[in-house]
Ligand binder design. Structure first.
Ligand code: CA
Length: 223
């Protein structure tokens, strides 16, 4: 069930859109500010308004698209100037829909982006140095040798790989790999990271493929 986050401060649009998308079988998350959007759980697609009470939605689009390049963002706004559309589409959004929008057209655009995302996740092999991740097949190789990972270890590696070279915050890893409602100890994250490191063949004394930014998060090194 695809999960869609709607970031919109107009409560009338928010509730009617949420209801319509839920009626089409999507799992819907809602946020009425940039702050609330940051707290959202794992999602597959984002619909984002630009005029938000706590800032310009373009900032949010930039941030989300750099943190989660695999999650398509569709801007949904009343701003219809060409310069706004261009700014939106160059900020990391994949599509730009002007209000008032046609509901069925919007749903068709959402469905298209989800299909494209699924295809790219299925087809993409991620190569990072001597590491090869076959995302669709859920297989991982290092130096050409396959490594057996448990499902959460694999998800964690893929999540780190989508932001290779940058620190992914602990709360984002927990949110994306586990669940927003996950109430377990954050120790679980460290346990999985350590197990992942061991399986990836890190040995004491040699530089690790996954490095910790103490108290902040973890980074998969780009090499
Ligand atoms: Ca607004």
């Amino acid at each position: 069930m695809p999960r869609i986050l709607i970031v919109e401060d107009d409560s009338l649009i928010l509730t009617s859109l949420a209801r319509a998308l839920a009626g089409k079988g999507f799992h819907v998350e809602i946020a009425s500010s940039m702050h609330e959007a940051d707290l959202a759980s794992r999602v597959d697609l984002v619909l984002c308004d630009l005029g938000l009470p706590d800032g310009d939605g373009l900032l949010l689009v930039r941030r989300m698209s750099s943190e989660r390049p695999d999650v398509p963002i569709i801007i949904l706004t009343a701003r219809d100037d060409e310069t706004d559309v261009v700014a939106g589409l160059t900020s990391g959004a994949v599509d730009y829909v002007v209000k008032p929008f046609r509901l069925n057209e919007l749903i068709a655009r959402i469905t298209l982006q989800l299909r494209l995302r699924e295809r790219s996740l299925r087809d993409d092999d991620v190569r990072i140095g001597d590491l090869l991740i076959e995302v669709g097949a859920r297989r991982v190789y290092r130096h050409g040798v396959e490594i057996e990972l448990r499902p959460k270890e694999f998800d964690l590696l893929v999540r780190l790989a989508t932001s290779v070279g940058t620190v992914v915050r602990r709360q984002h890893l927990i949110r994306d790999v586990w669940d927003q409602h996950w109430s377990g100890s954050t120790k679980t994250l460290d346990v999985h990271i350590n197990s992942l490191r061991r399986k990836l063949g890190d040995s004491p004394g040699s530089p690790s493929l996954i490095t910790a930014s103490r108290g902040v998060g973890y980074r998969l090194e780009a090499r």
